[in-house]
Design a protein around this ligand. Structure first.
Ligand SMILES: [Zn+2]
Length: 146
């Protein structure tokens, strides 16, 4: 799944968390759970030296950050929510490092994370995969504006 829905779901999870640690943990877990859903992705491989890859990730992150800041700006527990967002991004951040630098431990995580994507579904085309992405994002936004 692309980064924005991960961040939105992380933020939604954060609204229910009692502290930053629980928020971070459940934000992290939410990442793997959402990756199980059928979805589309814009990158199969992330190369840190490929500016097209960097632009895609930058735009995705920027959309997520702008949406989340807009949605949680007046939330009293915004620090807790941000901890959950951080947790929700960590697996893909680790993947990015793993794909560009050699690390035995990160490769182990990469393989598990990779397999989760194909647990029940194959990666979909954009037009098939955009619907689960939008539904997940709207559900998270719904939780955030309640
Ligand atoms: Zn992932």
């Amino acid at each position: 799944m692309v980064l924005t829905p991960h961040m939105l779901v992380g933020a939604a999870v954060g609204t229910q968390a009692p502290n930053v640690w629980v928020a971070f943990l459940f934000g992290l877990i939410s990442h793997y759970l959402i990756d199980v859903l059928p979805h589309w992705d814009y990158l199969n491989k992330f190369e840190i030296t490929n500016y097209k890859h960097l632009i895609k990730v930058f735009l995705d992150l920027t959309i997520g950050i702008v949406l989340i800041l807009f949605l949680i700006w007046f939330e009293p527990q915004r620090i807790i929510i941000l901890a959950a967002v951080f947790g929700s991004l960590l697996p893909d951040f680790l993947n990015g490092i793993s794909m560009n630098f050699n690390s035995k431990w990160l490769r182990f995580h990469f393989q598990i994370h990779y397999k989760i994507h194909f647990l029940f579904f194959n990666i979909l085309s954009f037009w098939q995969g955009i619907f689960p992405t939008i539904i997940v994002s709207l559900a998270a936004i719904w939780v955030l504006i309640l």
